[in-house]
Write a protein that binds this ligand. Structure first.
Ligand SMILES: Cc1cc2nc3c(=O)[nH]c(=O)nc-3n(C[C@H](O)[C@H](O)[C@H](O)COP(=O)(O)OP(=O)(O)OC[C@H]3O[C@@H](n4cnc5c(N)ncnc54)[C@H](O)[C@@H]3O)c2cc1C
Length: 358
């Protein structure tokens, strides 16, 4: 079994920030590794642009090896299948075992899927991105009518990127479209979706799939053979099985120091973690990066830890698939090509900032 002083599990947004900081400023002492299922990290903010044909795949992903080399961190390719929180030992899907004195989890989340009876309907989850893109390429070769599950920012962006690439597109939301966002953003998004011919079904939770039907309650609401899942985050089952204190949905319960509530030598950030006031979005994961970098350094050197305070509001920027974007801040919203250029600039800046050469 390989032993590390610190293991960073998952190349999520916060860990990318940690590696960048350590590459540019100061890295804590000891043997440190990053564990990632593949050699690249995909940037979700640019995925809608990639699907709309505005970006190439290479624009939207980061090679991890140069960043790790610059931060003097080992890159291990592998995927956690099981974790023992008390001993901080992980078992990888291929059977390898790793142990660490300190462990940080930034492993994102899976996508929720309704129970399915029969295999008449093909399901494609938006994450992990590499698998999604491979599946989408196959679907694209033979376009068919499509339904998208999920009326959050991701579902709306995907619908706007894909409308026009399939003969008919329906978008299903359990509640109102873009719940929790500024009311003006919802109206603007509905206008764009209507203009592109997307059939939007709000307040229509899909409870199960039977053959080629989507059912809401007992009512069949859509018939087809392709369903794209952008239906919110579901915790990896191995988190709750690890012995870590988790919230009722199975996400790791953390303190403001980003440490697990039950295991102080284990940190968790981004979508896999649960902290009052922190939303599951890349923006929050990115903001946790600097606090995590400082706290891991402090933890390894026995110094006091900082507190992360989630921002009360965050800027929403949704790509409309035509180079434009919708923007919302508090209750204010706007839209147009100018905001699309702002989004492109911010997204490309994120990628450029992490393209370090070691
Ligand atoms: C289409 C789409 C568009 C989006 N656009 C935006 C946006 O514009 N702005 C925004 O703020 N949010 C956006 N989001 C939400 C955003 O993607 C997530 O909230 C964000 O990625 C969460 O970041 P994270 O750091 O927690 O994890 P992620 O970025 O999901 O990274 C998790 C990492 O962990 C790795 N991993 C997973 N399982 C394991 C395992 N078992 N072992 C080891 N490693 C593992 C993965 O490979 C991945 O590298 C979008 C989501 C989608 C689907």
């Amino acid at each position: 079994m390989s032993q590390y002083d610190l293991l960073l599990a998952g190349a999520g947004h916060a860990h990318l920030g940690v590696l960048r900081r350590w590459a540019l400023v100061e890295r804590p002492p000891g043997r440190i590794a990053l564990l990632s299922p593949g050699p690249e990290a995909w940037y979700s903010g640019m995925l809608p642009g990639l699907l709309a044909g505005r970006y190439a795949a290479a624009d939207c992903r980061l090679e991890l090896q140069p960043l790790c080399r610059a931060a003097k961190v080992e890159l291990i390719e592998g995927e956690i299948a099981a974790l023992d929180a008390t001993s901080r030992q992980v078992e990888l899907a291929d059977g390898r075992r790793l142990a660490a004195e300190w462990l940080a989890l930034n492993v994102g989340a899976a996508v929720a899927a309704p129970p399915q009876q029969g295999d008449a309907m093909q399901l494609l989850a938006v994450k992990p991105f590499a698998g999604f893109l491979a599946g989408w390429q196959q679907w694209q070769a033979e376009p068919r009518r499509l339904a998208i599950l999920g009326g959050g920012a991701a579902g709306v962006e995907l619908a706007l990127a894909l409308a026009g690439q399939v003969p008919a597109l329906a978008l299903f939301c359990a509640g109102p479209l873009l719940a929790g966002h500024a009311p003006g953003l919802r109206l603007r998004a509905l206008g764009h979706l209507r203009q592109r011919g997307v059939q939007v079904r709000e307040h229509c939770p899909i409870g199960r799939i039977e053959d080629d039907w989507l059912l809401s309650g007992d009512e069949p609401v859509w018939c087809g053979r392709r369903l794209l899942l952008a239906s919110g985050a579901r915790a990896w089952p191995w988190l709750a099985a690890s012995g870590l204190a988790c919230d009722e949905q199975g996400f790791v319960a953390i303190r403001p120091s980003l440490q697990s509530q039950s295991h102080a030598q284990l940190f968790a950030v981004g979508d896999c973690a649960s902290l009052a006031g922190a939303r599951r979005s890349g923006v929050y994961a990115v903001r946790q990066g600097p606090v995590l970098a400082a706290n891991l350094q402090a933890a390894l050197q026995g110094r006091p830890l900082r507190q992360y305070r989630p921002q009360r509001h965050s800027l929403a920027l949704l790509a409309t698939g035509d180079g434009g974007a919708l923007l919302a801040w508090h209750d204010w919203s706007a839209g147009g090509q100018f905001y699309g250029r702002c989004k492109d600039w911010l997204d490309q800046r994120f990628i450029q900032r992490h393209r370090l050469v070691g």
